[in-house]
Design a binder for this molecule. Structure first.
Ligand code: TYD
Ligand code: MG
Length: 469
């Protein structure tokens, strides 16, 4: 087949060029030219007819059928939850994550479960041989023998295979592409995985999903920076973006929705990688909290909101005398600049100087915390480590810290407190400006105004604490 005609389009300004260049001559942006196919030329008369368009009846919003979209439940509880209640027919979902985190395992389990429920599936692997996929399938608790496998990288072949199964009355309800970076289309010249190829393949798979009602799941690799390799536009094209994250050395994995046209975002599902595939973890807070009977100094508990779900995490801090040179600041799970800011607040408003100390801060279990509600826990853990006195094991700290050392209220306080009470927390320190009317269970609420106030109540008089430091 002769190569189809292509142009190079700037993804910033939209200008087109016949040849690739490093810089767009129109808007002067670097590295924005992407190859894309051009439609076959049409005669002037047909072009004019097409351009004229055709009027269609419109519909009042109130008359749109409000019946809930049917969803396919896989029975893998955490997976269904993150998607918003199951797989939506005709949707396209991007699953991103670092190599080895378990993306192929997860989607093979999903395919096996749908197959067992009588829904046809097609698993396309461009990365592994049929034998490799089979060896993985044999480890799983699910029976994956019914899943149809295609080891192929040509998009045209993949779509033709899926279309043929549709025509023969055994439609795949679920199409898995492992991974989008290995698939290529003949319409473009670039190597698989380049921006133009990824964008074009994703757009055609999206069209296939919408036209046939097939749910398409594509796996995408993650770059060093944490984004999905290839263009950001990939995330714009698809309906749902799921990130699979976790610490390679730990067993548990967190599946997070960062975009979802059919559910809420920032929902997470927690899994454990076992010998028989991924198992949903029913009580993630207990996992991240661990055993808290004998806590050392420098540990504090906080309740986060992950989407609609509260999650208890332990924050650990260690302040140790610095060797020589600039003291080190190491932050795991929280933003390093946030840690620097909190150290400054602790120094100025709490009276604990860290200038001569190496400071390490860690969120247990490899969780990455984005919200500022963890501020108070980080600072109290640091102060506790500096004076080497443990905080009460069954206390929780909830609050954002202002630069003036004031403790600010956090959102959805009732949900966080309810989760804490369920897991055996007996005292919660929170902003006195937003005290809930009723505490859940026998949780004791302590309203605090400032950082100095919290430190005074938990670690004793500040002067005493400074003396120990
Ligand atoms: P994989 O799903 O291939 O990861 P990805 O597709 O994201 O690159 O496999 C992830 C890892 O999980 C791999 O190192 C092997 C391990 N694993 C288990 O521990 N238990 C299992 O049951 C399976 C299938 C894999
Ligand atoms: Mg894989």
């Amino acid at each position: 087949m002769a190569k189809a005609k292509t142009v190079h389009r700037c993804t910033d300004c939209g200008a087109t060029f016949p040849r690739w260049a490093g810089r767009c001559e129109s808007c002067q942006a670097w590295g924005t030219l992407v190859e894309e196919p051009v439609a076959a030329p049409t005669s002037k008369r047909t072009a004019a007819r097409q351009a004229a368009g055709r009027a269609l009846p419109t519909v009042a919003l109130g008359a749109v059928s409000a019946a809930e979209t049917p969803r396919w439940r896989t029975g893998l509880a955490e997976f269904d939850f993150v998607l918003g209640g199951g797989i939506v027919p005709g949707s396209m979902v991007l699953v991103g994550g670092e190599p080895g985190i378990g993306k192929s395992t997860l989607l093979l389990q999903v395919a096996a479960r749908l197959e067992a429920a009588g829904q046809g599936t097609l698993y396309v692997s461009g990365e592994e041989s049929a034998l490799q996929v089979r060896l993985r399938a044999e480890r799983l608790a699910e029976d994956a023998r019914g899943v149809s496998l295609l080891t192929e990288t040509s998009l045209e072949t993949i779509l033709a295979t899926a279309a043929e199964r549709l025509a023969s009355g055994q439609p795949p309800r679920l199409l898995v592409i492992d991974s989008i970076q290995t698939v290529h289309t003949d319409l473009l010249e670039g190597a698989p995985g380049n921006v133009g190829q990824v964008r074009e393949c994703a757009a055609r798979l999206m069209r296939f999903a919408k036209e046939t009602g097939t749910a398409v799941f594509v796996i995408g690799h993650v770059t060093k920076g944490g984004g999905i390799a290839g263009p950001k536009t990939l995330e714009h094209i698809v309906d749902t973006v799921l990130y699979f994250e976790g610490d390679g050395t730990l067993d548990h994995r967190v599946l997070r929705a960062t975009k979802n046209r059919f559910g809420s975002v920032d929902e997470i599902g927690v899994f454990r990688m076992a010998g028989t595939g991924l198992e949903p973890v029913e009580n993630p807070s207990a996992l991240f909290l661990g055993d808290r009977r004998d806590v050392a100094s420098g540990s504090a508990v906080c309740a986060l909101m992950e989407g609609t779900r509260p999650l208890l995490v332990e924050v650990q801090a260690l302040a140790a005398r610095a060797g020589f040179g600039t003291p080190q600041r190491v932050a795991n799970g929280i933003d390093a600049r946030r840690l620097a800011l909190l150290l400054a607040v602790l120094d100025k408003r709490g009276g604990f100087s860290c200038a001569q100390l190496d400071v390490f801060c860690n969120v247990v279990g490899g969780m990455r915390v984005q919200e500022p509600s963890v501020d108070l826990a980080v600072v109290t853990a640091l102060a506790s480590s500096i004076v080497d006195r443990p905080l009460p094991a069954d206390a929780m700290f909830l609050g954002e810290l202002g630069l003036g050392g004031e403790v600010r209220p956090v959102s959805q306080i009732e949900r966080r407190l309810a989760e804490a009470a369920k897991l055996g927390i007996t005292t919660a320190y929170l902003s006195d400006r937003a005290m809930p009317r009723r505490a859940p269970g026998d949780l004791h609420l302590v309203g605090v105004r400032s950082l100095a106030d919290v430190l005074q109540r938990t670690l004793g008089p500040a002067a005493d604490a400074r003396g120990a430091a």
